[in-house]
Design a binder for this molecule. Structure first.
Ligand code: SF4
Length: 799
């Protein structure tokens, strides 16, 4: 066991790039779960009490801090959605946060925290923070104020740190909110609510309140860069396959005997899950990783399947062929709890491992072996994340994985894919909470993309929302109606959307733009009014998500007074609602909202903060009581709901390849044929991630940027040599849609014809500049970000 712990410690240090704090590299937290023998059924955790050793460790940490004049504030990091429990160390004399560490006493995270969390004190005190509301004083349309680049960064993502950027003046909150309110009400009166776009970024506790504002205001064009690109395809899959139960999003790693990590790299993107997977592997569970790149997680696998980028659906359907042909499916579950098995059987009949090899570039033997290992192991789970949302057939890729989970009987069993427990507080994730039905149907029908993308824009969507490429095109063309204004919360839209240049042109065309953010991002620089948002260290929150924990909700405690006049997004939304005449649908402030959410538990926010977390044990076999909320009451392998929306009821995958020569590219027919010509001969994805950044965030943090100073594109070592490219060279990635310039990172294990870029960078390094809108996934409108084609050139050779 000691040896296993040591291995894990080294692994954690490795994935955190050597930035692990004392709780990662020093004192070793207690093992997260008791080891279990294969096929045994351990008890779920029944308590939220930290173990005696964890309490001892916490006390020791607290006493050491005391001796240095520090007090410890237990809270949760929200630099990403994992919301790890951390300790903020605050100087008693000054009230200044001096460091953040993982909380060794946490029964949720056991001291795990990543580099972003450990570096979060700089998020708080970064000199680039916007401290007061700003108003543009140059005419709108004038070139935005220049923001000098950080010495460490080749982009313009760093702000100089001046208190007031040139071309702007500070105004009061009252003036800023009044101007936003009066402008938006005026547009609603003259052009209708559809003329105003309510846009947002990644969810961090305030998102659903913001959705509620958009709907209460009556604006059908509400949306985010990421929704059709991240999570929504998975959630639509859950809705149509399992009636809304989100089984595939949660794995019972503590009890599993086999894990397939499908297309993600939790070691870099979800360290808490990465640690749980490593614990399972150290306990003896088989680890199969499916990824075109030998990621940090793949490097630890028993089996790594290097699939052709974007061929995920084909690989999953190939697995299903093997499992059905070998009679390895769970006959009882299939007969009693699914519909459409015979249709599935004939759908995958031709997908032998040999044909699947042609489609996926994974050898037939490896396909057969992995499929049998997964189906024959009791029990096994599939861990999936954003990569399956970003294929050319996003919902269908997700569906193929859900079908794999279901037919192998790995649903709602110990060690399989399971549901999070109910902790009792009210959820914000419902149509009722966001007032989705407030907008009359005839107005909803005017939502950009409504007819073509019903899975995103209609009732099946977690937040019925606009299709963003359609929305930006409408802004540009004024067809079928003008969109004149936008309110953007927490989104660096000028960087984070694909087809960046078109989006930027559209943003410039808006008559009025208001942005709420922490920094003067490229998006904020285009605004008329900028509102300063607080960071997670300056606010409370109630966090309940499968991304955080299967059996805990965690409470975030404010650790610092606000920087300048920054405010919590929830407080800003509540105040805007009041000024818009919608106050009766909102709360006085964020504390009142959290009191409301917690009310069913009998706790106020203040009481919950003292308690720190809410716990409820996991339950298995939930469906046995009430079935699935699908039309058939069963798992719909063949989806009647998708069929009713004119979408494929079974995941189509690629067409059957011709006997000779290459298969047609998967599911894209003519368009893909054009992209796949000799000129653009490299397979290309934008799926790589850096542990130091979250989407477009964190690049102003000097500690994090010093670890990863440049935009990166991974290239095979041999391929790079043939193109005269050396490690670190600036290369141009070119597609028919555009180009971006990133620094080469050479990898021996990458397929010869594959390059993979890291997204999130501003300026020339923004890979979204190379992604166009030639095709969208059926029903939901995802812009494919995997399985693309490109060519690369060293910058000195590039035109
Ligand atoms: S994984 Fe996310 S929540 Fe956890 S420490 Fe890192 S950034 Fe913070």
């Amino acid at each position: 066991m000691e040896q296993a712990r040591e291995k894990r410690k080294r692994f954690a240090a490795q994935v955190c790039g050597g930035l692990a704090g004392p709780t990662m590299g020093g004192a070793e937290p207690a093992p997260r779960f008791a080891a279990v023998e294969p096929a045994s059924r351990p008890a779920a955790r029944e308590t939220d009490e930290p173990s005696a050793s964890a309490r001892f460790l916490f006390e020791a940490t607290r006493r050491a801090a005391e001796a240095e004049g520090l007090e410890i504030i237990p809270t949760c990091c929200f630099s990403c959605n994992t919301a790890c429990e951390v300790l903020a160390f605050r100087e008693k004399a000054t009230g200044r946060i001096v460091k953040i560490e993982g909380d060794p006493s946490s029964p949720v995270t056991h001291g795990v925290a990543c580099a972003k969390g450990l570096a979060a004190a700089d998020l708080l005190y970064n000199p680039g923070r916007i401290k007061r509301p700003l108003k543009r004083i140059e005419p709108r349309g004038a070139k935005p104020a220049a923001c000098p680049a950080s010495p460490a960064s080749p982009t313009s993502q760093d702000f100089s740190g001046e208190a007031v950027p040139p071309g702007w003046k500070e105004i009061s909150w009252d003036e800023a909110l009044e101007e936003i309110t009066s402008r938006l009400l005026k547009y609603r009166e003259t052009d209708g609510a559809k003329s105003i776009a309510f846009l947002e970024g990644t969810r961090r506790g305030w998102s659903r309140v913001y959705s509620r504002l958009a709907n209460a205001f009556g604006a059908p064009n509400h949306g985010a860069a990421g929704w059709a690109q991240c999570l929504w395809p998975r959630l639509v899959d859950c809705k149509v396959t399992f009636g809304g139960a989100q089984y595939p999003e949660s794995c019972d790693f503590a009890n599993t005997n086999c894990v397939i990590v499908w297309g993600s790299n939790p070691a870099a993107t979800w360290p808490l899950q990465g640690a749980a997977i490593m614990d399972a592997a150290e306990r003896g569970a088989k680890l199969i990783v499916i990824d075109p790149r030998l990621s940090e997680t793949a490097a630890k696998a028993d089996t790594w399947l290097r699939l052709k980028p974007g061929s995920d659906t084909d690989l999953a359907l190939g697995f299903l062929h093997v499992i059905i042909a070998e009679n390895l499916y769970d006959r009882d579950f299939v007969e009693n709890w699914t519909v459409g098995f015979e249709e599935l059987r004939s759908h995958v009949a031709w997908r032998t491992p040999e044909i699947t090899e042609k489609l996926t570039e994974v050898s037939a033997a490896a396909i057969r072996e992995a499929a049998i290992a997964f189906a024959a192991t009791k029990h096994a789970c599939i861990s999936r994340c954003v990569s399956v949302d970003q294929t050319a057939d996003s919902v269908q890729t997700c569906r193929a994985l859900s079908i794999l989970i279901a037919v192998t009987g790995n649903l709602d069993v110990p060690g399989g894919n399971i549901l999070v427990s109910g902790r009792g507080e009210r959820s914000q994730n419902s149509h009722e909470f966001i007032l989705a039905d407030t907008i009359p149907l005839e107005i909803q029908r005017e939502r950009c993309g409504y007819e073509r993308f019903p899975l995103l824009c209609g009732e099946l969507s977690s937040v019925p929302s606009a299709h963003m490429p359609s929305l930006w095109r409408t802004v540009l063309t004024g067809d079928p109606y003008p969109i004149k204004a936008a309110l953007i919360f927490g989104s660096n839209a000028a960087v984070s959307y694909t087809n960046t240049n078109v989006v930027t042109q559209a943003m410039e065309k808006l008559e009025f733009l208001a942005v709420c953010d922490l920094f003067m991002t490229p998006t904020a620089q285009m605004a008329d009014i900028v509102l300063p948002a607080s960071s997670w260290l300056e606010r409370d929150n109630v966090i309940s998500s499968f991304q955080t924990s299967l059996d805990y909700s965690v409470i975030q405690r404010k650790c610092s007074e606000p920087i300048g006049e920054s405010r919590s997004d929830v407080d800003i939304v509540c105040e805007l609602a009041r000024r818009m005449g919608l106050g009766d649908l909102f709360w006085k402030d964020s504390e009142a909202l959290y009191d409301y959410l917690l009310a069913p538990t009998g706790l106020s926010l203040r009481q919950a903060i003292e308690k720190r977390r809410l716990h409820a044990p996991l339950k298995y076999g939930n469906y046995l009581k009430s079935g699935f909320k699908t039309p058939s009451g069963k798992v719909e392998l063949f989806s009647s709901v998708l069929a009713s929306k004119s979408c494929a009821p079974l995941p189509p995958g690629s067409p059957r390849p011709k006997e000779e020569g290459k298969p047609e590219a998967e599911g894209q027919s003519k368009e893909a044929g054009k992209l796949g010509d000799a000129e653009y001969s490299l397979d290309f994805s934008t799926g790589a991630r850096s542990i130091f950044f979250r989407h477009t965030e964190n690049r102003r943090n000097p500690w994090l940027i010093s670890q990863n100073p440049h935009p990166t594109v991974y290239i095979n070592t041999e391929t790079a040599a043939s193109l005269g490219i050396a490690e670190g060279d600036l290369v141009e990635v070119q597609t028919p849609a555009g180009s971006a310039r990133l620094h080469a990172k050479l990898e021996r294990d990458l397929a010869l014809n594959f390059v993979e870029a890291v997204p999130g960078w501003d300026g020339e390094g923004n890979i979204n500049r190379a992604l166009g809108w030639e095709r969208f996934a059926e029903g939901i409108g995802t812009v494919p970000m995997r399985g693309l084609k490109c060519r690369i050139k060293k910058v000195s050779d590039a035109s």
